[in-house]
Every structure is written in C-alpha cells, then in structure tokens.
Design a protein around this ligand. Structure first.
Ligand code: FES
Length: 102
C-alpha cells in the first residue's frame, strides 16, 4: 500500500491518505476533492510538476502516458505519474511524498 503526501511550495500539507487505485496522482487527489494545479493533463507542460521528496522507487513516472518534456529524475508530472503496481500490492506501507513546484 502507498500513503501519498502532497505539500505545496510552502510546506503546507494538501493531501495525506492511503491510495488504492492505479490512477495518476493528479486524478487521485481530485477524486478526494483536492485540486492540484494542471493545464494540459497530457505530460506536455510543467503545470503539474512536483518534486519527489520521498518514495521515488514507488513511483511510475509514465503510468498514464508519455512525458513530452524532460524533467530531472526526482521531478514527476502528476497528470501522468502514479504509484507502481507492486508497491500498491505490498502489504507494507510505503510513503510517496511530493512537493508541488508550480
Ligand atoms: S498538466 Fe501538463 S504536464 Fe501535467
């Protein structure tokens, strides 16, 4: 299982919950009434970019599509990145912590 934590650039926590679905992080937060910034929803802009503070090994950077722009390894696009299936299925709780960059 994965606990997703999302903070804004000031360190304020916007989302902190266990996630179960194999859904990108942007949509996962929206499903839980937390709207993160986005524009294209297709991996082609940087509006939804976030730094991966913890849990890089539990993130699938292209779960829902291709990245059309280059980012650092520890920066994801929340509209296409989501949890790795094997990390979701693991009974141990893994933490993925993101800090919004926009
Ligand atoms: S909203 Fe444009 S890359 Fe995610």
């Amino acid at each position: 299982m994965i606990r997703l934590i999302v903070k804004d650039g000031d360190g304020e926590e916007l989302f902190n919950d266990l996630i179960e679905g194999e859904m990108n992080f942007l949509d996962e937060c929206a499903e839980n009434d937390v709207d993160l910034p986005f524009s294209c929803h297709a991996g082609a802009c940087m509006s939804c970019s976030a730094k991966i503070v913890r849990g890089l090994e539990h993130v699938d950077q292209t779960l829902d599509g291709d990245k059309y722009i280059e980012t650092d390894e520890d920066v994801l696009l929340s509209c296409i990145a989501g949890p790795k299936q094997e990390s979701l299925e693991d009974t141990e709780e893994h933490i993925v912590e993101l800090e919004l960059l926009m």
